[in-house]
Design a protein around this ligand. Sequence first.
Ligand SMILES: Nc1ncnc2c1ncn2[C@@H]1O[C@H](COP(=O)(O)OP(=O)(O)O)[C@@H](O)[C@H]1O
Ligand SMILES: [Mg+2]
Length: 273
Amino acid sequence: MRDAPPVSISASSRQYGGVTPGTPPPADAPRVLEVREVTVRFGTKAVLEDISFHVPVGEFLCLCGPNGAGKSTLLKVMLGLLKPSSGAVLIRGEDPERGRRRIGYVPQRKAFDRDFPATPLEVVVANLRGTWPMRIRDDERTLAMAALTRTGAAKLHQAQMRDLSGGETQRVFLARALVTRPEVLILDEPTAGVDVGGRAAIIDLMAELSASESIAAILVTHNLQAIARCAERVIYLDRRVRAWGLWSELSRSPELRAIQGGDQAEAARPDAD
Ligand SMILES: Nc1ncnc2c1ncn2[C@@H]1O[C@H](COP(=O)(O)OP(=O)(O)O)[C@@H](O)[C@H]1O
Ligand SMILES: [Mg+2]
C-alpha cells in the first residue's frame, strides 16, 4: 500500500465545503446504496445533518465516529426503520421499504434478548422466512446450514443461543444476515462485547467478505484492526460527514487516529457499544 501523506480533515473540510476530503468512489460506478442529503432531528436537535454519500457495488465501507455521532441513527434510516426529517436513502434505486430485502443486517449486540430460548438454526431460518419457524422445512434447513457453515457456526446449530460466547453469537447473526443473499451487509459494531479471540475470528470473516466482489458492506466500528483489514473506503461521521475517502488516504488523519483510543476502550469494557 502506498504511504499516504497526513490529511488534515479540518483544513480539507473547509476546502470542500465540509463534505469530502479524500477520494470518493467514481461517480459513474454502479451504486448499491445512496444517501442523499439526509437530516434527522429529534425534537429541535439535529442528530444528522445533510448526509450524502454512496456505496458502489461490492465496496466495503467503514463508518467511524465518536459515541453519539449518529451512526446507529443513520443505519436505522438505511433500513427504513426511521424516516429522515429530510433527504432520502436509495437501495439500488428503491426506497428502503422496497430495497430492504437487498440488505443483510447485523445489529448491535446489546439489541438482542439473550434469554429468549432459540437455536442458531431457528435464528437463521427466521430471517429467511420473516416469521418465527415452528417447523423448519428441508429447503430452509439446507440454506440456513450453508450460511452457518460459511461463518463457521454449523456445529452450533442446535445449541441454545444463551449458551454461546460473544464471538459465536456474532457468527450466528452474520449467518442470519447472509442467508437472504444480500447485496449489502450492514454491521453495527459487530466486535463490541466480544472477547479478543472471538473478535479476531469475526474480523477474519469480514475480511473474507470484503474480498468478495459481489457483496458490499457498511461496517460501523471502533476497531482499528477491522478497519485496516476490511475497509476500502472510510467515512468519519460526527453529525455531518467530516471525511470520506480511501482508508490509505485517511488512516493518518487525527480523527481516525483517535479511534485507537476507542479500540482500547472497547477492549477494556467488554459490553461497550
Ligand atoms: N429515538 C431517539 N430520540 C431522541 N434522541 C435520540 C434517539 N435516538 C438517538 N438519539 C440521540 O441521537 C444521537 C446519536 O445517537 P446514535 O445514532 O445512537 O449515535 P452512535 O451510534 O454514533 O453512538 C445521540 O445523542 C442520541 O442520544
Ligand atoms: Mg451506535
